[in-house]
Design a protein around this ligand. Structure first.
Ligand code: ATP
Ligand code: MG
Length: 436
């Protein structure tokens, strides 16, 4: 039998997970600083939640859903994105109650599923980290959340980033603009791509972000949605821009930028990578304001703001910018045993070190001493402890700091005392004193 993983999925192998953990750990630190709490929701939900929440005409719902009927004949879908589920959880668990605080700031991290044509940076199971803020209509929330996104990417080490901002206005804006856009596009109908012809009356805004060259040529002269903002939406957008300037957060405005999800209102944004050699998929993060979604899902009128980024695409960007991932769990000690009579004791030593929170490894393959030293090098152990038959008899073990090559002998019995960790740190400091 020859099993293969499903098309569009990936095995994340042990030598790659360090990168994932670096991103997750770094993200958690930044999210903590901004006071966001984690929320975890099911990987599947009722199909209707997404068709309502994300929008029936969106690509995600109309083409990319992994949906099925379960044994109880319920129409289920694997989640294609995070926001609809989080909004459902917000409403179902009454997170709008006063005991939860306002605004409520949450983040999530996990797999998403979309039936797409797989290619580099586009998968059927991929991972998103996202945030949502509920309950604040204040433009400060737009700015805080965009600043958080930029801070996250900077914490990962990325430098070549562009923040692109636009406003989609409110319902009234959209209605007026929709009419103006359809009126503009109709005379070009014959020259539009098939996709755009279909979208013209269903979801004309999507024609603006068509990837078709001819569409893009036509759309160049389309009216700007920014000219159709209601007074309220225009004032909101002005405040956002002024605060961004005030906080010295660089951004550009693209009035043709729209989003694939139907729920956005007012401010939307994308973060693009400018790293050379990164190919066509340069959007690594996207989000914005969604003032009607909580109501749409059955909750009280509650404004929202959020974003999500794809971890696979982020890791590709880190590669494209040649960013070195720091080793967050270096090996403290490799214990070498010389002679078969030492192996029981080396095992005890390794276990005692681990109990003290010192990372430790030994040979489990009966390798010769030379091969054990080689392994210690390869694993970049900070300290090599060597136990020979003589040392075992006199109750000592040699302790070598690999950074300087200096060594000493310590009592085996010390390793089994409760505060060996302090002694370990001190011994190592003495042996590496010249290095600093
Ligand atoms: P695209 O235009 O590339 O299809 P999108 O508009 O569908 O993107 P969103 O739904 O806004 O993307 O998702 C936010 C982020 O999630 C994207 O910027 C990207 O990093 C990531 N993402 C989306 N779809 C996929 C996928 N199929 N595979 C890997 N990452 C993805
Ligand atoms: Mg997509």
């Amino acid at each position: 039998m020859n099993y293969k993983r499903p098309k569009g999925t990936a095995d994340i192998l042990p030598n790659e997970t360090k990168k994932w953990q670096f991103v997750e750990k770094t993200a958690k630190k930044v999210l903590d600083a901004y006071r966001f709490n984690e929320i975890r929701t099911p990987l599947f939900e009722s199909f209707d939640l997404f068709s309502r929440g994300v929008g029936e005409t969106s690509d995600i719902v109309s083409k990319e859903m992994y949906d099925f009927y379960d044994k109880g004949k319920r129409h289920i879908a694997l989640r294609p994105e995070g926001t609809a589920s989080i909004v459902r959880a917000y409403v179902e668990n009454k997170l709008y109650g006063p005991e939860h605080g306002k605004p409520l700031k949450v983040y999530y991290n996990g797999p998403m599923f979309r039936y797409e044509r797989p290619q580099s940076g586009r998968m059927r199971q991929f991972h998103q980290l996202g945030v949502e803020v509920f309950g604040s209509r204040n433009p400060e929330t737009d700015v805080e959340t965009m600043a958080l996104a930029m801070d996250l990417f900077r914490a990962f080490g990325l430098k070549q980033l562009t923040l692109v901002v636009n406003s989609l206005g409110d319902v009234e804006t959209r209605k007026a603009y929709r009419e103006a856009l359809i009126a503009f596009l109709e005379p070009h109908f014959e020259n539009l791509s098939k996709d755009s012809q279909e979208r013209l009356h269903k979801n004309p805004l999507r024609v603006l972000d068509s990837k078709d060259k001819k569409d893009q040529e036509i759309v160049k002269d389309a009216p700007s949605i920014l000219d159709y903002l209601t007074e309220e939406s225009a004032s909101h957008f002005e405040k956002v821009k002024a605060m961004m300037d005030d906080l010295e957060i660089p951004y550009t405005i693209d009035h043709r930028m729209v989003r694939g999800l139907d729920y956005y209102t007012d401010t939307i944004f994308e973060i693009m990578s400018d790293a050379p050699g990164f190919g066509a998929l340069t959007t690594i993060c996207a989000g914005g304001r969604y003032n009607g979604l909580v109501e749409e899902v059955g909750g009280p009128e509650t404004p929202g703001f959020g974003f999500a980024f794809g971890l696979e695409r982020l890791l590709m960007t880190l590669d494209a910018e040649n960013i070195e991932i720091p080793d967050e769990s270096p090996l403290d000690v490799y214990v070498v045993g010389i002679g078969s009579s030492t192996s029981a004791e080396t095992f005890k030593v390794v276990q005692a070190l681990r109990q003290q929170g010192i990372t430790a490894e030994k040979d489990f393959m009966n390798r010769k001493p030379k091969a054990q030293f080689k392994t210690a090098d390869k694993l970049k152990a900070r300290v090599v402890m060597t136990l020979g038959e003589d040392e075992l008899k006199e109750g000592t073990i040699s302790f070598k700091a690999m950074a300087t090559g200096k060594q000493t002998k310590i009592n085996l019995a010390d390793i089994y005392t409760d505060n060996f960790k302090n002694q370990f740190v001190q011994e190592l400091a003495v042996l590496t004193a010249d290095e600093k």
